[in-house]
Write a protein that binds this ligand. Structure first.
Ligand code: CMP
Length: 384
């Protein structure tokens, strides 16, 4: 590559490194992250405050100025993110335009684009009542920084069948309760239970226990139906809560920080994997942050996971001597491959972010991707 085509790549690479949330140990990246998080929170608070007439009257101009400024920053952020897309390890192969178009279609970039929408709406329809609502979309921008929000989105997507089943059960219970009440008391309370839509509203409020008190069952049979409906309602709501709750707990325990696509693709071991395999890996890897001095692996223990260093560094103390490993390196593979005890003690040299792959997932991955297996085995052989 000649010097001329080289020059724009360096600042773009740097901008990508700073904006990419995966670089958690990089000071510039953290500063930008915190500034953006602060701006998002401030902006949402301002959007809420602006709907209170008193505050709007006194501080309207200031709040509006703040809104304009933060939108300007979000717009610059969006454009710079798009500009850096060709640096994304998974998009590099598509060329500048292809990478940018593909990047623009990712969920986080769609949220970023939606966050700019209110400005357009304000310019086109200044009096629209939707503006305060659309401003609150900016809250979703926090998904980039929160393992919890990112996890929730992934969970809803992966449990969609179970959740759809809950909706179907809820609808069935609602229809049955409404039909029963309409049959029993429709003639006695025609203004409240006289037709199915009215009876369905009654059933929905009983199931959710939001009021419903304004319609009191007048007959013994009506009361029995109401009691059964309330009980079924508890079950209907407990079901999705249990589904999401269990998955949420399991996932959140696994993640000290957000595992990004770029973070996984940057590990040299995975550099040649296709996008689908990387997506699989993002779901499999746990994220653990360990403070300086933590013993991650103890010599002689049974091996149950392999570790990749996302940032930071470790020291390996084996019979052969001491070796330092840094960002992008992996360790803990030998015990998994040989099924023998750990060959060395590994300690964190500084605060270190680790991506952890469980033994079962590791062995399954090597089965599925023989190339990757060969590379891991080659490194392990070299280390012995
Ligand atoms: P394992 O034996 O599972 O646990 C200790 C890990 O330290 C080992 O896997 C390797 O990943 C790593 N290790 C051991 N010896 C060396 C070495 N000489 N150089 C780099 N890493 C090593």
């Amino acid at each position: 590559m000649d010097a001329k085509s080289d020059s724009p790549v360096i600042p773009r690479q740097r901008a990508f490194q700073i904006l990419e949330h995966g670089r958690r140990r990089e000071p510039a990246s953290r500063v930008v992250d915190w500034l953006l998080v602060g701006l998002i929170v401030g902006n949402v608070a301002a959007a809420i405050a602006q709907t209170v007439p008193d505050i709007a009257e006194r501080h309207g101009a200031g709040l509006q100025l703040f809104d304009r400024l933060s939108v300007l920053v979000f717009a610059i952020e969006y454009v710079v993110r798009l500009w850096t897309a060709p640096e994304h390890p998974l998009l590099r192969q598509y060329g500048a335009l292809g990478a940018r178009l593909r990047f623009a279609a990712t969920p986080l970039m769609i949220i970023d684009a939606l966050a700019l929408l209110p400005l357009l709406l304000e310019l086109l329809f200044p009096a629209s009542a939707l503006i305060p609502l659309t401003r609150l979309v900016r809250f979703l921008k926090l998904a980039r920084y929160s393992p919890a929000l990112a996890t929730l989105g992934r969970l809803i997507a992966s449990e969609r069948r179970a959740l759809l089943a809950c909706v179907i059960i809820f609808t069935g219970v609602l229809l049955a309760a409404a039909a029963a009440m309409h049959a029993v008391e429709g003639a006695i309370q025609p203004d409240r239970l006289g037709d199915m839509p009215k009876a369905m509203w009654w059933a929905a409020s009983m199931l959710a226990k939001i009021g419903g008190d304004e319609v009191r069952p007048l007959t013994p049979l009506g009361r029995i139906i109401a009691a059964i409906t309330v009980m079924l309602g508890i079950g209907c709501f407990a079901l999705p809560v249990a589904i999401i709750g269990r998955g949420f707990y399991e996932q959140i325990r696994r993640r000290d920080f957000v595992v990004t696509f770029a973070m996984v693709a940057r590990v040299p071991l995975f550099a040649r994997l296709d996008a689908a395999s990387i997506a699989d890996l993002v779901g499999m890897l746990k994220a653990r942050t360990v403070p300086t001095g933590t013993t991650i692996i103890r010599k002689g223990e049974r091996g149950n996971a392999m570790y990749l260093i996302a940032s930071g560094g470790v020291e390996v103390e084996s019979a052969a001597g001491t070796v330092r490993l840094g960002e992008g390196d992996f360790f803990g593979e030998m015990a998994l491959l040989s099924r023998e005890p750990r060959s060395a003690t590994v300690t964190a040299l500084r605060a270190t972010d680790l991506l952890v792959l469980d033994a079962d997932d590791f062995l399954r991955l090597l089965d599925r991707l023989p190339d990757l297996g060969a590379r891991v085995r080659a490194v392990a052989r070299e280390r012995t």
